[in-house]
Design a protein around this ligand. Structure first.
Ligand code: UDP
Length: 254
């Protein structure tokens, strides 16, 4: 009989994904993404200026911040504001989210505006950075659609979908979309960010307790693509296709 994981998943299954759009009333784009028990609120906010290094360039910017609520974790995690600084993991994750989204956006078309992405983990059970990227992409598109409706953007600057998923080797088995328990026992831990064209944006792979082979790497990337494809479909269910320019021009879908 086929071996199953603790939550009855097969090794190549992702967890149940739910993306709730328009989750908050104030942000231009807001999403709650749930991947199993991991829950992240992602917002996209538009600011009418760019960082100093882009002033006068006609080019926009996308940047991200990431945080975990104190009780998103099993043991209370002290707030950054109480510690007075952001830890290395948080910095690494927020830069990853920003890079991932910038890679599919034509910042010239965006013009001199900054889109702030905020990813706040309300419950963590592994894969919070990858869920953040997948959810933030939907929030970003919602914010861009809003800008277009207000006449602040002539065309859609986003070229491709982006999603992300984790993969790992746990007790010698390659598994997709690790929960915390699996992640904490993983020999190899990997996060993959992809476009819907099947291209890679970022691959973060670590031999935590043992190195991995090229063959294993290929097998993990194959699974990552499978996972990302499921996520693209979930994103598309909410935001539709990326050629939404003419919908708005016709006063169509809002
Ligand atoms: N985690 C935690 N406290 C922390 C950091 C991580 O409890 O300060 C847990 C949490 O469930 C997280 C998991 O460990 O999802 C894996 O953390 P990792 O740094 O690998 O990032 P993630 O997989 O969430 O992107």
């Amino acid at each position: 009989m086929e071996k199953l994981r603790k939550d009855e998943r097969k090794f190549d299954d992702i967890r149940n994904v739910k993306i709730t759009n328009n989750y908050l009333m104030h942000a231009e784009g807001s999403v709650l993404i749930e991947m199993g028990d991991t829950k992240v609120i992602c917002t996209a906010s538009i600011e009418d200026k760019v960082p100093p290094f882009l002033k006068g360039s006609g080019t926009g910017w996308i940047t991200a911040e990431y945080g975990m609520l104190p009780r998103s974790t099993e043991v209370r995690k002290i707030r950054d504001s109480s510690r007075g600084k952001v830890d290395g993991r948080t910095q690494e994750i927020q830069r990853l989210i920003g890079r991932a989204l910038r890679s599919v956006v034509d910042l010239k078309i965006l013009g001199e505006k900054t889109i702030w992405i905020d990813c706040d983990v309300i419950q963590a059970d592994g894969g919070t950075r990858t869920a953040s990227i997948t959810g933030a992409f939907v929030a970003l598109i919602e914010a861009i659609k809003k800008m277009q409706r207000k006449g602040q953007l002539k065309s859609n600057p986003v070229k491709n979908f982006v999603s992300a998923i984790s993969i790992g080797i746990v007790h010698d088995d390659i598994m997709l979309d690790l929960c915390y328990e699996e992640d904490s026992q993983a020999q190899v831990d990997m996060n993959v960010v992809m476009t819907d064209k099947g291209e890679f944006i970022e691959i973060q792979g670590t031999g935590e307790t043992s190195p991995f082979t090229n063959r294993e790497l290929q097998d993990m990337l194959f699974l990552a693509e499978k996972g990302c494809k499921i996520l693209f479909r979930k994103q598309e269910e909410i935001i539709g296709q990326l050629n939404f320019d003419h919908e708005d021009a016709k006063g169509g879908k809002k």
